[in-house]
Design a protein around this ligand. Sequence first.
Ligand code: 5IU
Length: 271
Amino acid sequence: ERLKMTFDARAEKSTNMMSARLLRLMATKRTNLCVAGDLRSSAAVLRLADAVGPYICVFKTHVDALDDFSGQFGPQLCEIAKTHNFLIMEDRKFGDIGNTVSLQYGAGNFSVAAWADLVTVHALPGPGIIDGLVSCLETHRAHLKDRACFIVAEMSCKDALTTASYRSEAMKLAETRVDFVAGVVSQSASGIPSPGLIQLTPGVRAGVNGTPQSDSDGLGQQYNSPRHVVLERGADVAVVGRGVTEAPDSAEAAKFYRDLLWEAYLERVSE
Ligand code: 5IU
């Protein structure tokens, strides 16, 4: 059964190179933590990536929230990713017709395809959105083999419109496009069609130093504990944003989350 399999065993079942690469990276580096670097200056994001780099498998960005994005940001982040061995995910949540996402992915100010290993994609437009992203890569041939996407099947926020039936359609889309889909963003494991698909789960925060765990942020975000998302919700990769960025020492916080999440993973796969 998928949730009882180790990341290494699941890498063997992968249907694309990026999901295999991420699963192996997690197994080798012994981390299933993704840090969301939602800060406003490029320097602060790069500093954060360097500080948490040793403890993460994925660093997640929202480059359209930067005040000072420049063409140097991507290459600089790639350097840090190479040093610490993690993948970069731009949480772009593409959501348009194939032709438009093809333009947004490869061009514009952000040129996401040039530097982000992984991107997030809404299932809403259907299979054409995957075709659009892949067609963009065909013009950036260098990256055809080292890019993939995660499909947003279910959101973490209160009253999200990602209903059970939407979620199940998103899973079907993932299954039909496993060539380019490395995983799904979801709050539970039910219906994930293949052991090669990776479940990414945001909305994770722990109570630190005896403070109670907060379960929301006042703007609809809903939090669960690291143990809960891995053991009860099936998270393979857990996303922690403010739990790390608002901590006094982000490296220490990342290590704290890495330890909790990895221990929960080991417990999940042990008999
Ligand atoms: N994110 C969510 N929920 C979702 C999806 C993405 O929180 O359903 I899809 C993103 C938003 C933010 C990060 O970049 O994950 C969570 O940050 P905090 O841990 O600070 O709430």
